[in-house]
Design a protein around this ligand. Structure first.
Ligand code: MN
Length: 513
């Protein structure tokens, strides 16, 4: 069981009715129990499914959906209509449920029992039309949900449920998402800004400003012994040159101060029950830090890298939307092998055939995506309020398929922009010792980059090798926000049309809900 999901549940509710008598419902109940037990035993579902019985009337549906809505362990509800379940009885319950909803269209028996099937069997195994009656009310109510169709034992069917479970778990996590901002947005930057009130209403993010003076009260409480211990841990964990361990040297002092920054940030994040944070390289505390020793003497890049790997959301330059979305990516991908990171479009390699984008940041890339062991290094960094030697982990990313995503505020609504990409092997960067990835957006650089920009996508994004567009389709459905997907089949004509149609949908379509 994945640690982050172990206290979470997905509820399974079977629709039936009493038309065929109590005996039929008893059989339906038995089948449902067996199916849920089998789904849990498959090992393919990351969140435990809990069977909550049959719902046979409007009041029973309302009761179970209200309980699901109020139970903090429940992150979503799977519904299945074993028999015909007249769908008006679902209206009040569906109105009471705001958590993620999945409609599973399946059947207890895999095949038609041609030789033995009689009318009793027919009455009992009616999901072929019961699920259509139920699906009609979902469509009629414009109820956001995911539809999964297939035999309940098939790995492919369970795979679609597993994706939704991960997204539902991350959605529950984001409903209690406090992001701390150390400093404001980088001045004049548009795309990292946005409506924090709308973000809390729509996405669950609670975004707080923390003045640096308050951060320094945590800084002051960090003990030298703890900083020594963490510095030693760095030296054990990462390969590094011997001079870094020379305690009289400037590089050692930079490593030590980085460890102190990490301990400071972790302390305030834990104390305030926050899941992510932002920094601003123009705001690092006292400008006379070399004399006062109060403040960060360098961008806390190494700290940000390590805190990201630990699951804290991070956004550079005050980018709280990316900080929150990274936390969601990290939470969705628990137990998956390949890793995730905050990234930034940095430099283009316009080779004409396979043009690519170098993804990096000044320093803050998560080591979960590293191809090899990250190297601990200290180099001069000539940007921001401190132009000084700065500690960082240096690596290049794995190669292979991944998906990157961002959320932008379009004024009146959020838009999720998603791009499938292929990470390729970069050449060495001897003069740019930072962590990086090199990718080609699908369908190719020219169309992928153009589509991303037409959609207003950021230069920051949240990337994972373990996700597919299906995760983001589920996420946008649950969050009820617009999604623009850029992938192998994308054309600029199609993107332009989607963007225009979406403007109408979000102006007028919402009126029908
Ligand atoms: Mn940036």
């Amino acid at each position: 069981m994945i640690k982050e999901y172990q206290n979470l549940e997905v509820w399974f509710v079977t629709g039936a009715q009493l038309l065929y008598g109590g005996d039929a419902v008893v059989q339906v109940d038995g089948h449902s129990s067996e199916m849920v037990a089998g789904m849990n035993a498959s090992g393919l579902l990351p969140v435990k499914v809990v069977y909550k019985g049959t719902a046979n009337s409007s009041s029973e549906v309302l009761d179970v959906m209200s309980r699901a809505e109020n139970d903090s362990r429940c992150v979503g509800v799977i519904t299945w209509m074993h028999t015909f379940s007249p769908a008006k009885m679902w209206i009040h319950g569906l109105q009471a449920l705001h958590k993620p909803l999945l409609h599973l269209h399946t059947q207890y028996n895999k095949s038609i029992p041609w030789d033995t099937m009689d009318m009793d069997f027919m009455n009992l195994n009616q999901s072929a039309h019961g699920d259509r009656e139920y699906a009609h009310i979902l469509a009629r109510m414009r109820k956001n949900h995911k539809t999964v169709v297939g035999y309940w034992k098939d790995p492919e069917t369970l795979g679609h449920i597993a994706v939704w479970e991960r997204v539902a778990a991350a959605w529950a996590d984001s409903k209690d998402m406090r992001i701390l901002r150390f400093g404001d947005q980088m001045n004049n930057v548009a795309v990292t800004d946005g409506d924090k009130v709308e973000a809390e209403m729509r996405l669950g993010y609670h975004v707080d400003y923390v003045p640096f003076s308050e951060l320094m009260t945590y800084f002051d409480k960090v003990s030298d012994a703890d900083v020594d211990a963490l510095s030693d841990e760095y030296f054990k964990e990462y390969s590094h040159s011997a001079e870094l361990e020379d305690k009289g040297s400037e590089p050692y002092r930079k490593i030590w101060n980085s460890a102190k920054a990490e301990l400071t940030l972790r302390a305030i994040l834990k104390d305030k029950n926050a899941k992510g944070f932002t920094t601003n390289f123009d705001d690092l505390g006292d400008v006379n830090v070399e004399e006062t020793c109060r403040g960060f003497d360098q961008i806390p890049g190494l700290a940000s890298q390590r805190l990201m790997a630990e699951g804290y959301g991070f956004g550079a330059e005050g980018d709280w939307k990316s900080a929150a979305l990274y936390r969601t990516v990290w939470f969705m991908t628990r137990g998956l092998p390949e890793g995730c990171s905050f990234l930034e479009d940095y430099t283009l390699d316009l080779d004409g055939q396979n043009s690519a984008i170098l993804q990096a940041h000044m320093l803050e890339i998560c080591p979960l995506i590293a191809a090899d062991e990250p190297k601990l290094e200290v180099h001069h960094l000539g940007i921001g309020v401190r132009k000084t030697k700065t500690a960082r982990l240096v690596f290049t990313s794995k190669t292979g398929y991944g998906v990157t995503a961002t959320i932008v505020d379009m004024g009146g609504r959020f838009r999720l922009v998603v791009n499938e990409v292929d990470c390729i092997k970069p050449k060495p960067l001897p003069k740019l010792p930072v962590a990086s990835a090199l990718w080609v957006p699908r369908p190719n650089f020219e169309i992928g980059a153009a589509a991303w920009m037409m959609a207003g996508g950021t230069h920051h994004s949240c990337f994972s090798y373990d996700l597919t567009p299906e995760y983001w389709e589920d996420y946008s459905e649950i969050a009820d926000i617009e999604m623009i997907r850029i992938g192998a089949d994308t054309t600029l004509e199609g993107i332009r049309r989607d963007l225009r149609i979406n403007e109408i949908y979000y102006l007028l379509g919402k009126a029908l809900k």
